[in-house]
Design a protein around this ligand. Structure first.
Ligand code: ZN
Length: 418
């Protein structure tokens, strides 16, 4: 890919933007967003449009049993596993026009560009979209990619019900996207996903491309501090068992711990319940959530140890009962050095301003990374806002991310020089 013609290849940003706008019409909301919940009639319409575009681009379509769709552009060597890129076409109930669809249509634009220039690659190229990334209608989230990589079973996913009691299996069948391929029985040579950042870092730093080395891991806890309710007036300070007073010291420590692990430590208390929550009663019980994140698993484990020992110390110092339970855990997902490197090199080749941005949100690429080398490309979104109808991104940033995707994929798929 070092010869001049390949290095000079660029995607058609106008065509990419037009496709994004055309897909955004399906489920368009009055506020300028998109509501296209997974496995609804609108999702079918969106899927059908993307598949139709794939067929027009000469791609071969395969659908697996969880409704993941793979659209293949042949390579010179059909025995090689495909270099794949994609994301999702389902949205949140008040979703935007770019979350997920950008990754799918950027991959399609890569194919269209290769077609325009009659480029032959050694390995096949595939455009993928995964079922139910958003997890809004059916849980678990990132369902299609999760089944694909074996994070949970097909049966578990099929049995998931929406609020009306309809199952994933029924709805997949109904919209005609229950395929025959066994999920996971589809080799991948490498996986790239382009996505809007969904955070404010790139815009704040005025950079065009985010090179994503990893996705943060997270640990969720429930903490309960039990003291004793008593009258706020007659009870002298030394004789109190004030659960809130003790809880706030733990809450402060959550933030302090995160601050001791820059730049990727995160510590948040986002949910608090105080009992009895009355102005003149010393709080008898406080329940609250703790969310700790880091991109490095040993550091995340250290953060876990620090909050655990702090809570134990507070319990022995204050003689109040304090429980701390870890209720959820996902390890950090480092992306493959080859893929991260391919993104970085493509960005440098194209001359775009860039920085490393660790993803704080989940993506299908996390599950793809369990079965293949994977990497991600971020582009800025307006004010860092996503999962919102006002979600917005600039055409030039979307085109830039797509150019990076093109060159990162070509570095893996290898252009056949005629
Ligand atoms: Zn997404």
């Amino acid at each position: 890919m070092d010869n001049l013609p390949t290095a000079a290849l660029r995607v058609n940003g106008t065509r990419l933007w037009q496709s994004l706008m055309d897909l955004a019409k399906i489920g368009a909301t009055p506020k300028g967003g998109v509501k296209r919940l997974t496995l609804t009639d609108l999702d079918k319409e969106g899927r059908d449009l993307v598949v139709q575009w794939g067929q027009q681009a000469g791609l071969t379509i395969t659908i697996d049993q969880i409704g993941n769709v793979f659209m293949r552009r042949a390579g010179r060597n059909p025995a090689l596993p495909p270099i794949m890129s994609g994301s999702h076409v389902d949205t949140q109930p008040t979703g935007g026009r770019f979350d997920g669809t950008y990754g799918v249509l950027a991959a399609l634009e890569v194919v269209r560009t290769l077609n325009d220039h009659q480029i032959v690659t050694e390995a096949p190229i595939e455009v993928a979209f995964w079922t139910n990334e958003e997890g809004s209608r059916f849980v678990p989230v990132m369902m299609g990619s999760g089944v694909f990589c074996g994070a949970f079973s097909l049966e578990h996913a099929y049995a998931a019900k929406d609020v009306e009691g309809k199952t994933v299996a029924q709805e997949l069948e109904r919209i005609g996207y229950i395929g025959t391929e066994v999920p996971g029985q589809h080799p991948i040579g490498a996986y790239f996903e382009a996505h809007i950042e969904q955070g404010p870092v790139l815009e704040d730093a005025d950079k065009t491309i985010g090179v994503v080395p990893a996705v943060m891991g997270l640990a969720w806890y429930d903490c309960v501090v039990s003291g004793m309710e008593a009258h706020a007036g007659p009870t002298p300070m030394p004789l109190r068992k004030d659960a809130l007073q003790v809880a706030t010291t733990i809450m402060q420590e959550v933030v302090a711990i995160a601050n001791r692990y820059p730049p990727y430590g995160r510590g948040t208390v986002g949910f608090v319940q105080v009992f009895p929550n009355s102005r003149n009663v010393i709080p008898g019980k406080v329940s609250f959530s703790i969310d700790l994140r880091n991109v490095n698993e040993p550091l995340l484990n250290q953060m876990h140890d620090e909050i655990t020992s702090f809570v134990a110390r507070r319990a022995s110092d204050t003689a109040l009962a304090i429980t701390l339970e870890r209720v959820s855990y996902y390890p950090p997902c480092p992306f493959h050095p080859d893929c991260v490197d391919a993104v970085r090199k493509a960005t440098d080749l194209l001359g775009y301003s860039n920085m490393d941005v660790v993803s704080g949100a989940g993506h299908d690429a996390i599950y793809a990374a369990r079965v293949a080398p994977a990497g991600m490309i971020f582009v800025p979104c307006k004010d860092g806002i996503s999962h919102n109808e006002i979600e917005d991104a600039k055409p030039e940033h979307l085109a830039a991310g797509c150019n990076v995707l093109l060159h990162a994929m070509l570095a893996h798929a290898k252009v056949v020089v005629a």
